[in-house]
Ligand binder design. Structure first.
Ligand code: NAP
Length: 259
């Protein structure tokens, strides 16, 4: 894993649920602001639109990190590679930089992915994956925000060497209902969103964010010029007791029994 990869992957721009012209315009804004890592998935049904938006950027391929994820319906060995090839046709790319989920070693072997990882894995699954897979797994992308206790996964990340990355990083706006976030933000001269993202990053967790608003896209990227104190980190961590999960079994039938 190169330093460019590690630094760029720290702040990824999520594309769900964006489509069409809105996706093209929003991605252009994100790239102008500085994002170089883009997150999509077969499940979002927008890979083709993401491909169009990337083509419109007219950027050298090697400057972008593109992550996509194999749909659970395609996990079978008979479907897996064909689905990745279809993703790449839709994305209009020769390879994905990061391919997430279950059987990714196969795709890496065939040159379709530069890095492999998983998403929505529990701690036990992380341990199993680390012991089975002889390729490094560059991430386990999971729901991660201050309203959800993910300490078991953080512990598994430290023990397995599979770093976490976040989705629903601002809990789709739910975190902003808690005044403490704004109060800490006032101390640092930062917005509540920036405080939340910094709290995630300071735990060694890479960030995925999605916004359609240029001011939010910029704020979510501008989080490298301050450091939260231990006291403020601990204050924010107390919110984890809320245990508010967005992507649960009620929304995703194939969700595992979360830790
Ligand atoms: N692996 C998985 O299973 C999985 C699951 C879900 C999502 N994801 C990925 O993670 C990405 C992000 O997750 P998400 O979009 O579900 O949740 P999110 O980032 O927590 O929430 C996005 C929402 O928060 C708002 N927002 C973003 N930044 C803000 C800020 N600084 N201040 C105020 N509001 C802000 C946005 O509204 P505005 O547009 O109004 O700014 C948007 O509606 C997705 O796009 C997708 O790529 C992965």
């Amino acid at each position: 894993m190169s330093i460019y990869f590690t630094k760029t992957f720290q702040r990824s721009f999520g594309t769900y649920p964006l489509r069409g012209d809105e996706l093209t315009a929003t991605l252009k804004t994100a790239v102008d602001i500085g994002y170089r890592s883009i997150d999509t998935a077969q499940m979002y049904q927008n890979e083709s639109d993401v491909g169009d938006a990337i083509a419109a950027l007219r950027m050298p391929r090697e400057e972008l990190l593109v992550t996509t994820k194999v749909h659970p319906d395609n996990f079978g060995e008979d479907k897996f590679l064909a689905s990745v090839e279809q993703s790449l046709r839709d994305l209009k790319l020769d390879y994905a930089d990061v391919l997430l989920v279950h059987w990714p070693p196969l795709a890496k072997k065939y040159g379709l992915a530069r890095h492999i990882g998983v998403s929505n894995y529990t701690a036990r699954m992380m341990r199993d994956a680390a012991s089975i897979c002889d390729e490094p797994l560059v991430t386990n992308q999971v729901e991660f925000h201050p309203l959800l206790d993910q300490s078991i996964l953080l512990d598994a990340a430290a023990k397995t060497g599979i770093p976490l990355s976040s989705y629903c990083s601002v809990a789709r706006g739910e975190v902003f209902k808690y005044p403490i976030v704004g109060e800490i933000g006032a101390v640092y001269g930062k917005s509540p969103g920036q405080i939340v993202l910094r709290w995630i990053l300071q735990q060694g967790v890479a960030i995925n964010t999605m916004s359609t608003k240029p001011e939010n896209i910029r704020a979510n990227f501008d989080i490298m010029d301050f450091v939260l104190s231990h006291v403020d980190m601990a204050q924010l961590s107390k919110m984890c007791a809320t245990n508010f999960r967005i992507v649960g079994i009620d929304k995703v039938p194939w969700a595992p029994d979360w830790d």
